[in-house]
Design a protein. Structure first.
Lengths: 69, 403, 306
């Protein structure tokens, strides 16, 4: 489990942390590269997982309460 | 002579102002700016939980059908200027169905045999309304995003607030982000004749997070976040009970819970596939001893013709809370009890598909998800699977309009 | 304090960077940074490179969803839009395809058919620009940043130097000047303005301590056929050259504004151009086809006196 994660991480970092010039940011600015390409879907999913599983949180805070004790 | 009095001609003012905005002229290359146009997003989701399988439930108990939820989401994004934007959101959630009440052994005399779910006889029909409003300020180096929310349903009200800040280093390759959030909740469980349930309880949450975002190269960006969240108050499920040979007791969890998360996520663009690869990982740990790993792998593709497609697979595994048992053979000294599947050891796999088409200012989206839990998906071996593990299917239809 | 001069080629023109520094190595370092920026802009907006933003945009022509652009390109497109609006549609970055009809080395005029074939593909009003998406709705439409990216690059290069604490110097990109700062003793730079019919003798001199000076002339690309001069000052609405001034030079705080102003003045033709420059209020000098000189800079040579 954790090994897969490390392999992915190392192979990405190994492809070099290069300086990215402002004009090269076009790819990073694409919608599909966003942390959350569909915010509404993302909020719904987070709410479902947080209510129906034993964990919560991750990339931010907030999102309000829920009667899902 | 050319020069007019001291007032500047409109043409000159317009050109100068547009020139001053250019990066490199006024040394302000803002990577993030407010959206350019208002956008309205609507989505309807139908969420259906699978019924409890007959061999997992006590046949003489209530309906094995679990929740069905209809969700309507509305979000309106409005840019006030190139530095400020406001987002308002409204969620309407209508849920009906039954939920697991308690779990008992097949043979209640000897407290042996497979655990069986006893469903509550009463079906719930409840509506939740959630309002939120947030603002985002895009400065030269800082982005600041405050937000507040209010959620209300028959037995529950919550008010929450959050503040998120991001600072971008001059190199523009690295940014730091952090934030805090609070939530104050009030639980007023619906009372059931013959049952004793708590009346009017409170719950508070304080959370803080911090992280780093790093541009690795022009195709790759990585973000890592650490978070701590603290809950204090009534954390038990007022509608659940636990089975003991001497008689049921209410679900009773500790009065506080501290949670820790480590999350890292990657976005990498593949020229070959002309799509973005998403890898999200989260490690969670709390002081009830629940530990979980979540791994989400996705592929998101946007074509030039306006079609977009995404698919992802999410893998989740968690361990149990210290005090969890499907049912109890003897009372606990600390008085903590819960048979809630959400505190049991298990794993789940979820598969999602999404499709959308953009024509001009309109986007139409369809999405589907199938989520399945099972003890065999758990990383660690599970002796006894909670019979109330959840499987669900979800369909979403959404429409976006840019003004 | 020494004056260091660095010569280089960019944007198809001879360029130079002059800056004052106590240390040669430092001057070299900063000059290198500034020149890198000029080359970066050259590559990013080059019509000839497949990997440029210009090519990406032009290749997307005909795609009704357009493409997304980065922040710098978005702001340059906003600037082009302002130029279009302030010039009654004469400053139009979609007019570059007229080069397909006009070959100034051929000594041949295009036919009206040649022009008519291109006119439907020209017009900023036909283009949908809503940041960050640009859409060129018809295949064959093109954008050309060449009309102002050189002056913008001059501003950027000067800014790189100023940000590095260089207090005196100038950037000269093929005749477009951006002042970094005056000479260490406070003296202004003496900049000559080219005479459109006599390249070896300046028409005038300007003393500049700051700001930018950009020029546009009918001598840059032209052909003379049957005694008539046809210059590359093309009206995007008709496709034909304008009866323009022979040259215009404008001073503004930003070289890019100076450049756009002189270009628009040339596109408006002599009478409307002069009127527009007077209304604009920036110091300028223009010469018409009869070699008559107009403008605030013909009498006053020191910008600070204007």
């Amino acid at each position: 489990m954790k090994n897969i994660f490390y392999i992915i991480l190392i192979s990405i970092v190994a492809s070099a942390c290069t300086t990215v010039n402002p004009w090269e940011r076009g790819i990073l600015a694409k919608t599909e590269m966003a942390w959350e390409p569909d915010p509404l879907m993302g909020q719904l999913q987070e709410h479902v997982y947080f209510s129906k599983e034993g964990s919560n949180g991750g990339y931010g805070a907030g999102g309000g309460g829920c009667g899902c004790n | 002579m050319g020069k007019k009095s001291s007032s500047i001609s409109p043409a000159l003012a317009a050109l100068t102002s547009a020139a001053m905005a250019l990066p490199g002229i006024s040394s302000n290359v803002k990577a993030a700016v407010a959206a350019n146009e208002p956008k309205l997003s609507l989505a309807y989701t139908r969420y259906d939980e699978d019924s409890i399988p007959s061999n997992d439930a006590l046949s003489t108990a209530g309906d094995r059908d679990r929740y069905d939820i209809d969700v309507a989401q509305i979000q309106f994004l409005y840019p006030l200027s190139d530095k400020w934007q406001i987002t308002t959101g409204f969620v309407y959630d209508d849920m009906s169905g039954s939920s697991p009440w308690f779990i008992q052994p097949t043979d209640t005399l000897t407290a042996t045999g497979d655990p069986l779910v006893v469903m509550s006889g009463a079906t719930i029909d409840d509506t939740r309304y959630d309002f939120s409003i947030g603002a985002e300020y895009f400065g030269e180096k800082f982005t600041i995003a405050p937000s507040i929310g209010y959620s209300t349903e028959k037995d529950y009200k919550a008010i929450s607030g959050a503040l998120e800040v991001e600072y971008e280093f001059p190199s523009k390759a690295t940014s730091l982000r952090g934030g805090i959030a609070v939530s104050f909740d009030e639980i007023d469980p619906t009372q059931e004749p013959g049952e004793i349930r708590v009346n009017n309880e409170d719950k508070e949450n304080y959370a803080i997070f911090g992280g780093v975002t790093q541009v690795i190269n022009k195709h790759t960006i990585l973000q890592t976040t650490l978070g701590i969240s603290y809950f204090d108050g009534f954390l038990s499920d007022p509608y659940k009970q636990v089975w003991l040979p001497t008689g049921n007791l209410p679900d009773s969890r500790p009065g506080d819970r501290t949670q820790y998360t480590f999350a890292t996520r990657l976005r990498r663009y593949s020229e070959l596939l002309a799509a973005a690869l998403h890898v999200d990982y989260r490690f969670y740990y709390d002081d009830w001893n629940v530990r979980s790993h979540t791994l989400d792998l996705g592929l998101h593709k946007v074509t030039d013709s306006g079609w977009a497609f995404d698919t992802s697979i999410r893998y989740y595994t968690q361990t149990q809370a210290d005090f969890y048992e499907p049912f109890y053979r003897a009372p606990r000294a600390d008085g903590e009890y819960s048979s809630d599947y959400r505190l049991s050891p298990y794993g789940s796999v979820s598969l999602r598909l999404g499709l959308s088409e953009t024509i001009g200012d309109w986007t139409v989206k369809l999405a589907a998800e199938r989520y399945i839990s099972d003890k065999s998906y758990s990383v660690q071996s599970v002796d006894v699977e909670n019979p109330a593990l959840l499987d669900f299917t979800q369909f979403t239809f959404g429409v976006d309009y840019s003004f | 304090m020494e004056l260091y001069t660095f010569e280089f080629k960019a944007m198809g023109s001879p360029c130079e960077l002059r800056l004052y520094s106590n240390e040669k190595a430092f001057a070299q370092e900063i000059a290198d940074e500034a020149i890198v920026e000029v080359h970066r802009l050259e590559k990013k907006y080059s019509r000839y490179r497949d990997d440029s933003v210009t090519s990406e945009i032009n290749n997307s022509a005909g795609n009704k969803n357009g493409i997304g652009v980065d922040a710098e390109t978005a702001l340059l497109l906003n600037y082009a839009q302002v130029g279009y609006e302030q010039s009654d549609g004469l400053f139009d970055i979609s007019s570059g395809i007229l080069r397909k009809a006009w070959d100034f080395r051929s000594q041949k005029l295009p036919s009206q058919n040649d022009i008519d074939a291109l006119l439907p593909l020209i017009g900023w009003d036909k283009i949908r620009w809503k940041a960050p998406h640009i859409c060129l709705p018809v295949e064959g439409m093109e954008l050309d940043f060449g009309g102002y990216v050189k002056e913008y690059a001059a501003d950027v290069a000067a800014n790189v130097c100023r940000n590095a604490n260089i207090q005196g110097g100038l950037v000269n990109l093929g005749g477009d000047i951006c002042i970094i700062g005056p000479h260490p003793n406070g003296d202004a730079w003496k900049v000559g303005i080219r005479h459109p019919r006599n390249p070896s003798v300046p028409m005038s001199f300007v003393m500049l301590e700051k700001g930018g000076l950009a020029s546009s002339g009918d001598y840059e690309r032209f052909m003379i056929i049957d005694g008539v001069r046809y210059a590359h000052i093309l009206n995007p609405k008709t496709g034909w050259p304008v009866n323009s001034l022979a040259s215009t030079s404008v001073y503004a705080e930003q070289c890019v504004v100076a450049g756009t102003s002189s270009t628009i003045a040339m596109l408006k033709g002599e009478r409307a151009g002069i009127a527009w420059l007077e209304e604009l209020g920036l110091p300028y000098i223009s010469m018409n086809q009869q070699q008559k000189i107009f403008g605030t800079l013909k009498r006053i040579k020191d910008i600070s006196q204007v």
